[in-house]
Design a protein around this ligand. Sequence first.
Ligand code: AMP
Length: 404
Amino acid sequence: MSHVLVLNSGSSSIKYQLLDMAQGTPVASGIVERIGEGRSSLTHKVPAADPGGETRRYERTEPYADHEAGLKAVLDAFAAAGPDLDAIRPAAVGHRVVHGGDRFGGAVLVDDGVESAIEELAPLAPLHNPANLAGIRGARKAFPNVPQVAVFDTAFHQTLPPAAYTYAVPEEWRTGHKVRRYGFHGTSHAYVSRRAAAILGQDPADTNVIVLHLGNGASATAIESGRSVETSMGLTPLEGLVMGTRSGDVDPSLPAYLARNAGMSAAEVDTALNKRSGVLALAGANDMREVWRMVDEGHEGARLAVDVYCHRLRKYIGAYYAVLGSVDALVFTAGVGENDERVRAGAVAGLERLGLRIDPAKNDGLVRGTEQVISPEGAEVPVMVIPTDEELEIAVQSLELLGR
Ligand code: AMP
């Protein structure tokens, strides 16, 4: 029986899951928070073996200076609260890495060369890659005898054709500064599109899917014959759909316009487009549950926010329909996609001529956390809700790489 430990290392946090790959379910999970901030904490959870049982929790608050210290604390948590890692002997540690540039089109075994490459790609993901690398370095010390695998958010989109990934910008930007569309959320898009093919009873290689990953960050991907051929996030995760706090598409002249007319620097505009825009800027809240409460109370900004959000979704569905020519399924996933029936209804409203329809009873009566088809029986294009599972996908890709 194989187990994989999956790590998602942020700048001051490490999220982890130990997955039992015979079942595809976590046997432990946890988070180390506020690393390097003096009062770090660790929460470790062990789900009950039997359905009715209680989850065991183990908590610690003590300073962890860096990711290496945080991972030592994770080892201590396993030793104290189980399961016994020495007995389980994980087959791999799988790391989420945000940016693989055009170097990595799939998962790779981590060695010093891969570490250097992740470091060299840091200008493309300055907040994420250094943190991911700190987690990898810590884990190589904490688990010296376990193969470490890097799974990149960008890798699934490396199949985009040049016509889709090329920006029409000067040559020296494209070659000297690696300016192109990379795309993100690839692990989620890969997982969900494969599940969609399974639900249809088709080979992924014969299946065209549009996936809408709608979380706090959001992206759409057109998947042709199992391969990503177009995606809405670009050089950075700012482009494309309207998100919780990110604008998505705007006129590229906006930074220059604001520099001339509002005296703002490029960095100030960038921060505002990433952190103070999107649904938050229009509604004053970025959690869709709160936004819908405001809509129901008659808040005009919130109404505008959901209208803009759903309009952008419809625009992308139409565009990706044109990219694919024929579509076997439209899939919603992530926090908003899995839970927000009103967004799902709004995203396909008026697209009946494309064969896209939602059955209101199925859409509203969805059992959370389950895979469901929400289009009417016999619909031309099945519309589905598929809960994403990036940890499982990282674990699967890690084992595949190791030939297990
Ligand atoms: P994620 O990034 O995938 O974890 O998604 C987080 C977002 O999902 C939150 O910011 C909410 O906007 C949204 N979300 C979570 N639960 C619900 C829900 N029940 N209804 C609507 N939106 C939800």
